[in-house]
Design a protein around this ligand. Structure first.
Ligand code: SF4
Length: 347
C-alpha cells in the first residue's frame, strides 16, 4: 500500500501574497488576470480555496520550444485537486507565487470569464481556427468543473465556431458532456482521451488517489465511443519501477482496445524541478528501493534517457498490435481543418 500524496487534511496554511504577472516589468509581461479574492469552497469542494479571477486571455500559444504537437491551449483553471504526486503542471502555480505542493492541490484559480473570453477570441479577426487542446496544464474535468461548468461552456463555444479541439482528462465527469461532444463531433474535428496510467489499485491510490478509479475511466471510454465521440487512452505517466511492467502495460492496452479506444499513446514520467523533489520524497516513503535508480534516470534533467522513452513507445506499439489494434473513429466531421495525429505518442 502506498502513501497518499495529499499533504495533510487540516486547514490550508496562511495565504501567500499572489504575484499577478510573471515579472515585475509590466511592459515585458502583462498581467495574467485581474486580482480577485479567495473564497472557501462549499459542500463537495469544502476542502478547497477558490480564487475567482477575470483572465485577460484564454486561448494561449504553446511555447515554440515545446515538444507538444498542438500549438494552442485553453485552461480555465489553475491548480488541480486531483493532486497527482507526479503532476508536471505543478510549477505553473509557482508563477503565481503559490507553492507547488499543497497550494496546487487545494488553492484553485477559477477563470470565471473563461466562456465569454473564448467566444470573443474565436470570433476575433486573425484567429486561424487552429486546433485547440484542453487538459494540457490542469484537468478540465477536475471537481470544480462540476460547479462552474466552464469546460462545458467552452465546448459549446468551440462547437458553435466549428473549431477543432481535443480534451485530455482523468475524470469521468466528461460523461456529463457526452451528448454535447457527440454534437460537436458532427460539426468539427473532436477527439477526447482518458489518461489511465495503470490499472493496479495500489498504484492508483498511491499516486493519484483523488481521481476516479482507472476501471471506471475505462467505462467512460466505452460510453463516449458508443456515442460516436472519438476517445483514446493515454497511458500517462508510465512510472519507472512502479507502472512500467510489460504485464501492467499489456492490461491497460487490452482493456483500452476492448473499450473501443480510437488511439492509445503513452507518456513516460518526466520530472520538472520541484516536482522531482516531491517525487523523491514520495519514493523515500513508499519505494526507497527505487531512489538510486531515479537519481540515475533523472540526474541529467527532467526527462529520462531517450533510449528508454523510445523503448516504451515500441513496447506500446507492439502491445497494441497484439491486442488487435485500435478502432477508427465512428464519426469524422466534414471539416477541412486538420487536428493532431490520432495516435498520440508523447514519450
Ligand atoms: S489530473 Fe492531471 S492536472 Fe490534475 S493533478 Fe493529475 S496530472 Fe495534474
Amino acid at each position: 500500500m502506498f502513501y497518499s500524496p495529499r499533504m495533510g487534511s487540516g486547514e490550508p496554511t496562511a495565504r501567500p501574497k499572489l504575484r499577478w504577472r510573471l515579472t515585475d516589468h509590466e511592459a515585458d509581461h502583462p498581467r495574467l488576470f485581474d486580482p480577485g479574492n479567495w473564497r472557501p469552497g462549499r459542500d463537495e469542494l469544502s476542502n478547497l480555496e477558490l480564487l475567482h479571477v477575470h483572465a485577460k486571455k484564454l486561448i494561449n500559444a504553446v511555447h515554440p520550444r515545446s515538444r507538444m504537437r498542438f500549438r494552442w491551449t485553453i485552461n480555465a483553471y489553475r491548480g488541480c485537486s486531483h493532486a497527482c504526486v507526479y503532476c508536471f503542471a505543478r510549477p505553473t502555480h509557482e508563477f503565481l507565487g503559490l507553492d507547488i505542493g499543497e497550494d496546487f492541490d487545494r488553492r484553485i484559480v477559477i477563470k470565471v470569464n473563461a466562456v465569454e473570453r473564448v467566444r470573443d477570441e474565436l470570433a476575433a479577426r486573425g484567429w486561424g481556427a487552429d486546433h485547440i487542446a484542453m487538459g494540457t496544464n490542469t484537468d478540465p474535468y477536475q471537481p470544480v468543473e462540476g460547479r462552474y461548468r466552464l469546460t462545458r461552456g467552452i465546448i459549446r463555444a468551440l462547437s458553435h465556431a466549428r473549431n477543432p479541439f481535443s480534451i485530455l482528462t482523468k475524470s469521468t465527469l466528461i460523461e456529463r458532456d457526452a451528448k454535447l461532444l457527440a454534437e460537436a463531433s458532427e460539426r468539427t474535428e473532436v477527439s477526447t482521451s482518458l489518461s489511465i496510467g495503470c490499472l493496479d489499485i495500489d498504484v492508483w491510490r498511491g499516486t493519484e488517489p483523488h481521481t476516479p478509479r482507472p476501471e471506471r475511466r475505462l467505462e467512460t471510454v466505452a460510453k463516449l465511443s458508443e456515442l460516436g465521440v472519438s476517445c483514446g487512452v493515454l497511458i500517462a505517466p508510465v512510472i519507472p519501477g512502479v507502472s512500467d511492467g510489460r504485464e501492467q502495460l499489456r492490461r491497460v492496452v487490452r482493456r483500452a482496445v476492448d473499450a473501443g479506444a480510437t488511439s492509445i499513446g503513452s507518456v513516460y514520467l518526466h520530472l520538472a524541478p520541484g516536482v522531482r523533489e516531491l517525487m523523491m520524497t514520495w519514493l523515500a516513503e513508499n519505494r526507497p528501493d527505487l531512489l538510486c535508480d531515479y537519481r540515475r534516470r533523472y540526474g541529467q534533467g527532467r526527462f529520462a534517457p531517450e533510449s528508454e522513452r523510445r523503448r516504451l513507445g515500441a513496447t506500446i506499439d507492439e502491445l497494441v498490435r497484439e491486442a488487435g489494434g485500435v478502432r477508427m473513429p465512428l464519426r469524422v466531421a466534414s471539416t477541412e481543418r486538420a487536428g493532431p495525429p490520432r495516435q498520440l505518442r508523447l514519450v
